[in-house]
Design a protein around this ligand. Structure first.
Ligand SMILES: *Cc1c(COP(=O)(O)O)cnc(C)c1O
Length: 384
């Protein structure tokens, strides 16, 4: 049994629900801020990973900024206490109302992903008599060696501006009176567990900077995005990602110039390990040639296995009996509603509590109501 979970306190709660270990979140936030402070790096938490209000306010209190990809995320971040000057706004399809919101709230920067978008930001800023700070999101053509649904920085992807178009984009910014170039932005993908793709990224950044300095352009801000992975296999022994190694490698190979600010936008690595989806076994069912554990949680509560073939460690919190092999499935009327096939968990019976671990990122926020299901609630270890 995993003693981290207060299952006696779960008895009155309706499953499935998200359970956040606030001690793990606190230690993660302490670690990332300590490591980032060594190099004066600026951290913007990627709100899309988890926008639960209590999580957001805990993260903003730790001093992080916010990376938003929609107007709704800007509103959620402001409400949770993030200051506008620490909010950056990325996204390939920013709607006019979202750009206007960013302008009205004086967010620090728009990460622009196309020339038509630049023109619209310029026009909307001009109408308000403002100047918008923009950073060019570069598609660096670096393969993050991660699942193809979560790679964002290759030629195939819709994100960012191709390096070959950089002159055209800079000429455009020069010609537009209400936008000001303040930096460049990259984000190559997610769940990156080796440092090598990041190495490809700063090589591109160094080259680009050298090229731009020939045009006498000095970049005040360089933003390397997010993407640091977590250890889905070993959430108990490895709860905190290696922020030290991540920042060290950038510090070693990307020497920031005096006055230049280096930014990161981690999402998963901040919130992934502190969250679990807690559900109950409804039935243990004998199939034709295998045994199913049918949970009351489905992909409507945690879509990552169905969406990305993602692995989540599954633990039976109620049983110490020897392990057995099961397919662990949900109740949704789709075959893809399967959390794992042929996994070993402690022998299960109806009513057992099952934890799907490492579900703090891209879990609760992606929940949906398909099959007219209720959205899962969230509970926190310190106030349960
Ligand atoms: C999703 C995203 C992030 C965060 O990615 P993680 O893999 O969760 O760290 C950062 N920046 C941008 C622009 C994103 O779209």
């Amino acid at each position: 049994m995993n003693k981290q979970f207060p299952i006696e306190k779960f008895r009155d709660l309706q499953t499935p629900f998200y359970y956040y270990d606030m001690e793990v979140l606190k230690r993660t936030l302490e670690d990332i801020t300590n490591e980032a402070n060594k190099y004066n790096y600026h951290i913007h938490y990627a709100v899309k990973a988890n926008a639960n209000p209590r999580m957001l306010s805990t993260i903003s209190k730790a001093g992080l900024g916010a990376d938003c990809v929609s107007g709704g995320e800007i509103q959620a971040a402001l409400k949770a206490g993030f200051s506008a000057e620490k909010i950056v706004f990325a996204g390939v399809g920013k709607a006019d109302w979202e750009i206007n919101l960013g302008l009205d709230k004086n967010i620090s920067c728009f990460n622009v992903e196309s020339i038509p978008e630049l023109e619209v930001i310029n026009e909307l800023a001009a109408a308000k008599g403002k100047t918008a700070n923009v950073a060019i999101r570069i598609n660096p053509e670096v393969d993050a060696h991660t699942h193809h649904h979560i790679t964002t920085g290759t030629k195939e992807d819709k994100f960012g501006i191709n390096i070959a178009q950089i002159d055209k984009v800079i000429d455009k910014i020069d010609a537009l009176p209400s936008v000001k170039l303040t930096g460049i932005h990259f984000h190559i993908g997610s769940q990156i567990t080796e440092m090598e793709p990041f190495a490809g990224l700063f090589v591109k950044a160094v080259e680009l900077e050298r090229y731009l300095s020939q045009r006498r352009i000095f970049l005040e801000n360089i933003n390397f995005g997010g993407g640091l992975g977590i250890d889905y296999k070993h959430p108990n022994s490895n709860p905190i990602p290696d922020f030290k190694a991540w920042f060290e490698v950038f510090h070693k190979y990307f020497p920031a110039r005096p006055g230049q600010r280096v930014h990161f936008e981690p999402g998963r690595s901040v919130v992934g390990q502190c969250g679990s989806l807690i559900s109950k076994v409804l039935y243990v069912k004998e199939g034709a040639f295998k045994r199913f554990v049918v949970l009351d949680a489905g992909f409507t509560d945690l879509i990552r296995p169905a969406f990305y073939d993602a692995y989540h460690k599954i633990e039976n919190l109620s049983s110490d009996e020897t392990q057995d092999i099961y397919d662990v499935v949900g109740p949704i009327c789709e075959s893809s509603d399967t959390f794992a096939k042929a996994v070993k968990i402690n022998k299960a019976q109806r009513g057992d509590y099952i934890a799907l671990r490492s579900a703090g990122a891209y879990g609760e926020i992606m929940a949906m109501q398909y099959n007219c299901r209720k959205l899962p609630k969230a509970y926190f270890s310190d106030i349960i």
